[in-house]
Design a protein around this ligand. Sequence first.
Ligand code: 5GP
Ligand code: ZN
Length: 131
Amino acid sequence: MANESMPSENRDAPVAARVQCPFCEIVAGRLPAAVVYEDDDVLAFRDIAPRAPVHVLVIPRRHLVSVMDLRDEEALLLARIFSAIREVARREGVAERGFRVVSNAGRDGGQTVGHLHLHVLGGRFMTWPPG
Ligand code: 5GP
Ligand code: ZN
């Protein structure tokens, strides 16, 4: 399922080279997803195996592997991702009560899909620390 081995140099690879990435497939419209927000740079859709009443994944349309793939040049993209997160929180009704934003990176971080994504979790009290 996940393609954690996809090198970050593949970020600008043609679509044909990225067919193994499920989130690129969702961006391309070849894999269905329950989209809750989208703009030119960012897509947000419901997690297929939700861990909370609200569990939305916010991703850049462009393939980046993880937080480790972000460069200073991605500052605007990062701002747009967080702008999308605020909009998702409003649309999902958790903006006032609160929610959690998580991005797992790499093996020890528990990342299972090698396309940068931020989990937006809410609708229940989130315990700390995470497992
Ligand atoms: P990670 O484990 O990498 O932090 O998070 C990956 C998340 O993607 C998991 O919560 C998993 O349930 C979700 N996921 C994996 N494949 C798909 C898919 O094809 N569609 C959707 N909507 N979510 C997926
Ligand atoms: Zn991808």
